[in-house]
Design a protein around this ligand. Sequence first.
Ligand SMILES: O=C(O)CCC(=O)C(=O)O
Ligand SMILES: [Fe+2]
Length: 373
Amino acid sequence: MSFQNIPILDLNLALNPETKPQFLEQLRDAMINVGFLLLKNYESLGPNEQELQQLKEQTLEFFALPDEIKLKCEMINSPHFLGYSRLANEITASHTDWREQIDLGTELPPPKEGDPIYKNIEGPNLWPDQEAIPNFRPAVETFQNKMAQLSSIFRSLVLESIGLDKSAMDGYFKPNQQCKMKLIAYPDGSALTDAKSVALDDTPQTQQGCGPHRDSDLITYIYQATPHQDSLQVQNFQGQWVTVPNLPGHLVVNNGQTMEAITQGVCKATIHRVLIPKPGSGTRISIPFFQTIDLDSSKSAVQNIPEEIIKQRDERDKKIKDWAVDVGFQFKPDVSKEPVGYAVFKNRIKSHQDVAQRWYPEILTQVLAEYAK
Ligand SMILES: O=C(O)CCC(=O)C(=O)O
Ligand SMILES: [Fe+2]
C-alpha cells in the first residue's frame, strides 16, 4: 500500500547527535516513499514566528491593493516570469488555476547578451510601488534569506539520509543562487461565482485552485499562512488523494523534478494539487519557497548512491500503480542531455502563455507543438 499520511519530522532531532540517526531514517523514508513531509522546529535555522506573521500581513496588504497598483507589476511586463498574475490567468494540467499570485525571486541582474535563452528565468523582480506598500520588500527579503539558509542545511540532511556526503550537491549551486517564491491568494468558492477565466473557457466548477502537477525545482517549502485544512492534497502512488494537514508551526516540504532527476529517481517528486477553499472559509494564503539549482548545470545525476537505497527506490517503483493519470504533460529535466534551465524555462512558458506570447512567441509555438505530441 502507498502512503496514507504525510510524515511529520522534528528538525530538533537532527540537531542533536544522539537523535540525528532517527531523524535521518525518517527523512529517508519520507524522501523515497512519500516525497512530502511536514517540518517543525525549524526556527533556529529558518524564519521565526514573527517574520512569518509579517510576511503574511504584507501578503494580505498586497492582495488588498487597488488593481491598478497590482497591474503595474504584472508578469506580462517581465521577460523573467516574475511579477503579479491576476486571478484565473495561469494554466495547470490544461485547466485554469483559480488563484491570484505574485512570483518573486532572488533579486538578480538580467542575463548578459549572448547568454542562452533559458537564463531569462533570472532577473530583477517587479516590486509593487514602494509608497503604496513600504514594508513589503523587506518582509519578502527577510523570508528569502532565512529560507535560503534553512533550505541549504536541509539539503545536506537529505543527502546524508540517502547515504551521500552532505556536500554531494554543492557543485549544482553557484554563488548568489537564485531562489524563487510565490505569494498566493485562493479566493473561496463563494467569492468566485462571477469569476471568469482569463486564459481558457473554464469555470470554478473544476474546483481547481492549482491543478495536479509536480514542482520543477529541487525542494519546495510551503508556509500555509491561513488555517484552511482541506485545500492542499498529494496523490499517493495508487492514485488516491491524501490531504496535507495544516498544522501551525509546520512547513510543508516536498521534492521537485530536479531533485528526482539528480538523485536517479530516489527522491520522489510527488504530484499534488490545491482545491478551491470551501465557500465561506475566506481566502486561503499560501507561500511556497522554491529551492533551485544553477540553471547551467548539466552535470549528470549524483553518483555513489548506496545499493541499499537504490533497492528501496526500485521496491517503491514496483508498487506504483495508476499514478499520474491526470497530471498532464510536463517538461522533465534530463541533466545528462541539456542544462536543467531548459526544462525549467519550458515549464514557465507552458504555465504563463500570455507572458511567453509577448516575449518568446517562437518558443511558445515550439513548446505547444511538443506539448501536443
Ligand atoms: O498553495 C499551495 O499550498 C501549494 C501551491 C503549489 O503547489 C505550487 O504553487 O507549486
Ligand atoms: Fe506545487
